[in-house]
Design a protein around this ligand. Structure first.
Ligand code: PEP
Ligand code: MG
Length: 566
C-alpha cells in the first residue's frame, strides 16, 4: 500500500490509465518579423480563450457555475494585460512567441510557488495549465482529452490540471491518483465536486503504476493499493458499497435542522484550523464553527503572525460564515504543540507545564495582539472568544480583564468590535471539571474538550500508545466529569458544547443528549452523520440508556452495552 493525501472521499476500484505529459518541446528561434510573431501569439491566446470558454460551459452544465469559474480564471490569466504586454516586449527583442510566453509564465509560476499561502501556491498550477494550453496551440499539439476513456478508469498523472478535469466524464472515472498537488488545488476541488475518489501527492506513482494495472484507492484515508489480490479487492468492494449506502442515507439530512426524534433542537457546528475551512463548514452543512484552533496560524512560521495578519484571517472566517457562530480559541500551545520561536523551553512534563492560557497570561503582548485581532474581527460576524486549558477562576478573570481593557482601547481609537462579545472557556482539565460550578459563574459558555479532558482525568497521555487502553471518553470517570460540567452549565443557564472528538461518536450521543449538551462541534465531514445520529434519539430513550450506562463500572461494559442499543 502506498500513502498519499486523500483529497476526495470514496473508494475507487479500476484500471490505471497513465496520462503522460505532453512534451511541449521546441527549439527557440530568433524572429525578424516581430509584428507577425506578436499576431501569432495573440491568435494563439484567442484560440485558447475560446476553447477554455467552451470547457467552462461544459463544466457549468455538468458540475455548476462556481466550478466553471475556475476555467474562466484561466482566461483572466491568459488575457492579463501585464503578461501580454511583457510577452509582446520580449517578442520585439527577437524572441519567438513560445520562448517569450514560456519565460513570462515561468516567472509567475516561480512567484506563486514561493508564496506562504497555500491557495496562492496552488495558483501556480493554474498558470502552468495556461502555459501548456497556449504553448500547445502555438506548437500545434493537442491537449490531453479525458472525455473518451473506458469505464472503470483510474487516472494516474503527475499533475492533474483543471483543464484536464473539465473534459472528464465522471461515469467512466473511478478514481484519480496524482504525484503532486494537495487538498486546496483546483483539481482537488473539482474531484470533490464531481465526487470522484482522489488521492494526491502519492510519491513516485508515475514510476511504479503501469497502464491497465488493477488498482484500489481510498480517498478518505489517502491509500493506493496496486494489483490488489482477490481478498483485498473483495474487502474494498464491500467498503465501497457501505460508503455509497451511508452517503445516500446521509443526504436526507442536508439542509435540515439538527433535532432529536422528539423535536429538541441542537446546534451542530464544526472545528476549523484556518479561515478557508469556514467554506468547508458551509459546504458540509455545518451551522457555524464551534472551535477555531488558532495555533495553526502560528505554526510553520519563524515569528508570530502580526495583529493585521491575524485580524485578516479571523475576519475572513467571520465573513464566510455570514453571521453563523464562530468561536475563536486563543493560542493553545505547549503539550504536543511546540512553536520553536516562542521558546517554550524543555519541560519534564510539557502537558502539565507552561502552556495555553498560562503562557498567554504571562506573555501579555502576544495575548494582547491576538485578542485585539479577534475583537476587531468580531465587527464582521458572530464571533466569540474561548480560553483553552482553564484550571481556576483567576485565569478566566485575568483573561476577561484583558479583553475589557482592549475593548476600552479599541473604543478610544474608534475601532469597531462587538461590544457584547461572549467569552467562554474550554472545560478540558480535571480541575475545570471539578470546579465547573465555580467556572460557570465566570464564563459565558463552556466547550468540553474531551481530547484533553480524557487525558487529564485518566492521567493518560493522549499520544502514548502504552496507556491508550485507558484513554477513552467512555471511561466512567470521564463520563462523570462530562455530566458534572454540563449540569453546572445548565444550572447557571449558559450554553454548553463539546468540541473534542467524542462529540461525533455515535456511542456518546445518547449520553450527551441525556446530560443536556446544547452544541456539538465536529469535523465538517461528520456533520450529516452526527445530525442523523441525533435524529435517532428521544430524550426519554437517551435517559433510559444513560441510566444503565451510569450504573456500569467499566469502560468495556459501557462500550459493549452501548453497541447493543445503537
Ligand atoms: C480537546 O482537547 O478536546 C480539544 C478540542 O482541543 P485540542 O484537541 O486542540 O487540544
Ligand atoms: Mg485541548
Amino acid at each position: 500500500m502506498i500513502k498519499g493525501t486523500g483529497v476526495s472521499v470514496g473508494i475507487g476500484i479500476g484500471n490505471i490509465m497513465r496520462v503522460e505529459e505532453h512534451y511541449l518541446e521546441y527549439t527557440p528561434k530568433q524572429v525578424t518579423d516581430t509584428d507577425r510573431e506578436i499576431k501569432r501569439f495573440h491568435d494563439a491566446t484567442d484560440v485558447f480563450c475560446k476553447n477554455t470558454e467552451i470547457q467552462a460551459d461544459i463544466l457549468k452544465s455538468s458540475v455548476g457555475a462556481d466550478e466553471s469559474e475556475i476555467m474562466l480564471g484561466h482566461i483572466t490569466i491568459a488575457k492579463d494585460p501585464f503578461l501580454i504586454d511583457e510577452v509582446d516586449k520580449l517578442i520585439k527583442t527577437g524572441q519567438c512567441a513560445e520562448a517569450a510566453f514560456e519565460s513570462m509564465c515561468d516567472m509567475f509560476i516561480q512567484i506563486f510557488s514561493a508564496a506562504e499561502n497555500d491557495i496562492t501556491r496552488q495558483r501556480a498550477a493554474d498558470v502552468r495549465d495556461v502555459k501548456s494550453g497556449v504553448l500547445g496551440i502555438l506548437l500545434g499539439i493537442n491537449e490531453v482529452v479525458l472525455s473518451n476513456v473506458p469505464s472503470n478508469t483510474v487516472i494516474c498523472v503527475k499533475e492533474l490540471t483543471p483543464s484536464m478535469m473539465a473534459g472528464i466524464k465522471k461515469e467512466n472515472i473511478s478514481g484519480i491518483i496524482t504525484e503532486t498537488g494537495g487538498t486546496a488545488s483546483h483539481s482537488a476541488i473539482l474531484a470533490r465536486v464531481l465526487e470522484i475518489p482522489a488521492v494526491m501527492s502519492v510519491p513516485d506513482i508515475m514510476s511504479i503504476a503501469e497502464n491497465g494495472e488493477r488498482v484500489v484507492i481510498d480517498g478518505s484515508k489517502g491509500e493506493v493499493i496496486l494489483s490488489p489480490d482477490d481478498d483485498t479487492l473483495e474487502i474494498y468492494r464491500q467498503k465501497r458499497e457501505k460508503f455509497f449506502r451511508e452517503l445516500r442515507e446521509l443526504e436526507e439530512y442536508r439542509g435540515k435542522p439538527t433535532v432529536s426524534a422528539d423535536g429538541i433542537k441542537y446546534e451542530l457546528v464544526c472545528n476549523i484550523g484556518k479561515s478557508e475551512d469556514a467554506a468547508k463548514v458551509l459546504e458540509c452543512d455545518g451551522e457555524g464553527a464551534g472551535l477555531f484552533r488558532t495555533e495553526f496560524l502560528f505554526m510553520d512560521k519563524t515569528s508570530a503572525p502580526t495583529e493585521e495578519e491575524q485580524f485578516n484571517e479571523y475576519r475572513k472566517a467571520a465573513i464566510i460564515l455570514k453571521g453563523k457562530p464562530l468561536i475563536i480559541r486563543t493560542l493553545d500551545i505547549g503539550g504536543d504543540k511546540d512553536i520553536p520561536y516562542l521558546a517554550l523551553g524543555k519541560e519534564d512534563n510539557p502537558f502539565m507545564g507552561f502552556r495555553a492560557i498560562r503562557y498567554c497570561l504571562k506573555n501579555r503582548e502576544l495575548f494582547r495582539i491576538q485578542l485585539r485581532a479577534i475583537l476587531r474581527a468580531s465587527a464582521f460576524g458572530n464571533v466569540s472568544i474561548m480560553f483553552p486549558l482553564v484550571t481556576c477562576a483567576e485565569e478566566v478573570r485575568q483573561g476577561k480583564a484583558l479583553v475589557e481593557e482592549l475593548k476600552a482601547e479599541l473604543s478610544s481609537q474608534g475601532i469597531e468590535y462587538d461590544k457584547n462579545i461572549r467569552v467562554g472557556i474550554m472545560t478540558e482539565t480535571a480541575a475545570a471539571g471539578v470546579i465547573s460550578d465555580i467556572l460557570a459563574k465566570e464564563s459565558d459558555f463552556f466547550s468540553i474538550g474531551t481530547n484533553d479532558l480524557t487525558g487529564y482525568t485518566m492521567s493518560a497521555d493522549r499520544g502514548n500508545s502504552n496507556v491508550s487502553y485507558l484513554y477513552s471518553a467512555l471511561q466512567p470517570s470521564v463520563l462523570r466529569m462530562i455530566r458534572s460540567i454540563i449540569s453546572s452549565a445548565r444550572q447557571q443557564n449558559i450554553p454548553v458544547g463539546m468540541c473534542g472528538e467524542a462529540a461525533a461518536d455515535p456511542l456518546m450521543i445518547p449520553l450527551l443528549i441525556s446530560f443536556g449538551l446544547t452544541e456539538f462541534s465536529v469535523s465538517a465531514s461528520s456533520v450529516l452523520k452526527v445530525r442523523k445520529s441525533i435524529a435517532g434519539w428521544t430524550k426519554q430513550k437517551a435517559d433510559e440508556v444513560t441510566k444503565t450506562v451510569m450504573g456500569l463500572s467499566t469502560e468495556s461494559e459501557i462500550r459493549e452495552y452501548l453497541k447493543t442499543v445503537i
